[in-house]
Design a binder for this molecule. Structure first.
Ligand SMILES: [Zn+2]
Length: 313
């Protein structure tokens, strides 16, 4: 087998691993670097090349890398990467090919995490699959008829910015009424803070600015009415967005990953109840909605799997 390397590039760390199969890597052959996030694209991709060469024990035969921002996997250009300084219109594929001395495939990090879930996780065995990953924001991936779908500009599958209402809190991109503004980790914490500031009673009143999704979840489980309502709203927003996606794509399965998995007990009941508000019944019956299976490792597994897919023997 060729020496193929997957790289998960994050805002704080770079992880590289050598493929051993369609969606597996060698635990003994991994390398790590801190991301020089403020030093510009050439420094970051230089560190990625170093990690790949160290993991492979020499020049790799091919690299796939997941990058946190909108990009075009065909042209190899990254349009933006909000957590990395100076990444606008960066020819990342060409720069990494020069630094590592081998062919490179770039893709969005959430797309690759979803690809991993499709090959080896909750989406295994499906032809049509939607992956939704939530943390500070909400990203995702679409597999349409057995292929990872990128759309005309390469930036498709931004399921976090699916409309779920005419109005609502502003998301990280400044939209009103999209899923991310209601159901991301930041949205759950922010909506709680706004409600408390407007005088709503809650056991969280004395927490001040120290309110996170995990703290709101704890309060909801303990019976706090405000926290329960915030999670019910987030779950309903997810369910309505999924209902619309089910009508458009008719997927076999939708997997929810990232921080959402930790609060699945609170989100899943209102989520599943709300799918039917918009989805056609037959399409909804054909679609499983389940937590993602691979956890925080999905990004690296996906990069490895994409390297195997793009650079076959
Ligand atoms: Zn949005």
């Amino acid at each position: 087998m060729k020496r193929l390397v997957g790289i998960d590039l994050g805002g704080t760390s770079i992880r590289a691993a050598v493929a051993t199969g369609p969606a597996s890597y060698d635990q003994e052959r991994r390398a790590h670097r801190d991301t020089p996030a403020t030093d510009g694209p050439e420094a970051v991709l230089g560190a990625c090349a170093e990690a790949a060469i160290e993991a492979a024990g020499g020049a790799p035969d091919g690299i796939a890398i997941g990058i946190p921002g909108p990009l075009d996997p065909r042209s190899g250009i990254v349009f933006a990467a909000p957590h990395l300084k100076g990444w606008e219109g960066v020819p990342a594929q060409r720069l990494l090919e020069q630094a590592a001395g081998c062919p490179v495939a770039i893709h969005n990090d959430s797309n690759l995490a979803g690809y991993a879930e499709w090959v080896a996780g909750t989406g295994q065995g499906t032809r049509n699959f939607i992956f939704v990953i939530a943390g500070t924001g909400i990203g995702g991936a679409l597999v349409v008829d057995g292929e990872l779908y990128s759309g005309a500009a390469g930036t498709a599958a931004e399921v976090g910015h699916t409309p779920c209402g005419l109005d609502g809190p502003v998301c990280g991109q400044g939209h009103r009424g999209c899923l991310e503004g209601m159901a991301s980790g930041s949205a759950i914490a922010n909506r709680t803070k706004v409600a408390i500031a407007s005088g709503e009673p809650s056991s969280l009143r004395d927490r001040g600015g120290d309110i996170t999704t995990a703290i709101v979840a704890e309060a909801a489980r303990a019976g706090d009415d405000l926290a329960r309502r915030i999670f019910a709203d987030a779950g309903r927003a997810l369910g309505r967005a999924f209902g619309g996606l089910i009508n458009v794509f008719g997927p076999d399965a939708i997997a929810i990953g990232g921080g959402l998995v930790n609060t699945a007990d609170l989100l899943m009941p209102p989520l599943k109840a709300a799918i039917g508000e918009l989805a056609f019944a037959v399409a909804a019956q054909h679609c499983r909605v389940e937590p993602a299976a691979l956890g925080p490792d999905a990004g690296l597994v996906g990069a490895v799997a994409w390297a195997v897919r793009r650079f076959p023997d």
